[in-house]
Design a protein around this ligand. Sequence first.
Ligand code: UD1
Ligand code: MG
Length: 475
Amino acid sequence: MEPAVGAIVLAAGRGTRMRSARAKVLHELGGEPMIARVLRALAPLAPAPLVVVAGHQGDEVAAAARRFAPGGRVEVARQPTQRGTGDAARCGLEAFAPGFAGDVLILCGDLPMIQPAALETFIAGHRRARADLSFISAMLDDAGGYGRVLRDRAGAVVAIVEARDASPAELALGEINTGVYLARAAVLRAALAELRPDNAPGEYYLTDLVAIARRHGLAVWAWRAPDASQFAGINSLKELAAMEAEIRAAVNRRLMEAGVTIVDLATAYIGERVEIGRDSVVGPNVQILGRSKVGEGVRIEGTAYLRDVEIGDGCHLKIGVRAEECRIGPHCEIGPFANLRTGTELEGHNRVGNFVETKQARLGRGTKASHLSYLGDTVIGRETNIGCGVITVNYDGYDKHLTQIGSRCMIGCDTQLVAPVKVGDDVYVASGTTILREVPGGALCVSHHPQKIKPGWTAEWRRRHGGRTEADGSE
Ligand code: UD1
Ligand code: MG
């Protein structure tokens, strides 16, 4: 039987080179913290335990780890002071049961492009090679600040030397350490105990494991990954921005190959997990994030922020739509300038027009709210027309209450519905009505003050103000 695999993700560092107070692994790529991507790459391996080592901004890193770990199953180990990757690995290993006899995969938390298939190939190779300690290396034209892999004449790995401690000859080597390691727990435990901080910054380098293992005559194997780009480590905001651009370009390419028109590649910000159907058009300045799913033939004019939104076929989003955690059925017309908040569900063929805000609002097929409304905590039937300026008065200062409106209603302009309240089917509500009590189906509801007329009133009013009109100014 294959040995069990546990994993340690090193995420305690501050990321000094980011020049930021925020922990490096919390910096975002594609709309989510870097560490989310590393945890996702680990998901198919189902490592048990999965340990994230947190230190700088430890509580925030722990929260992100719990949120993004597959199935939320993660243990958080603390590294009280950041004394190097070797020290972090030791802290992570302490979270393993003493009897754990499997292999331990260690990854740096700043490797956001890493893919599960590569990890699987690496683990299989390690086992085939019967190695005691393995790591993933890669060839780079410009090896920059990565640790360099030193090999002897026979080609066997001898050590990893950090760029800052390397000689010019070593710096010239093109094989780098990617920051992914595998070894049996017992081998790791013994070797980690031998780490010494005798290097330029006085840190415990995890990379020294290689030389230590060789000293003990253990078998060390490096898998040269063919695709170095998967192992790019992010150490600065410049590298982060370059990677963001790379991810975005790849997403755009995939979508265009699937028949999606992107009007301006430079301003389409589309998340990797977003799906868009063919013949849809994404206009300039559009963000589509999270797990959004856009149907076929959807037109997004431009300047939109859409997160975790489902949009049916044939919808038209005019300029300036913001929608989060919503479901928009087919053939809806949204905007310009509409705000669809969490829990909005449009059945289809709806119109939600300019300056309409919806929240926890369910609109049946064909129902329209074309201008200037707030529809919160409401369920509306089909083919109902919500007039301009209609407001659901859902909040009493303590609780939110439900407004129910039936099908085929005409809710007049400037109506307020004071929730909890119910309006039946086929109701007409006169404009300017304040609805306080249930309106039965088929009724007309009016709450106007009777209209009074005072002929000649204006002239008298102005006479009392010295004949001045308001336009003359009050002073
Ligand atoms: C490390 C490797 C280097 C390799 C590179 C690959 C070491 C000494 N060097 O360098 O050989 O080429 O990754 O990207 O390991 N961390 C902690 N606690 C600490 C220090 C770091 O948890 O005390 C974490 C960081 O949060 C980060 C990871 O370890 O996620 C790597 O640290 P980083 O400082 O980025 O190492 P590199 O200089 O990139
Ligand atoms: Mg790094």
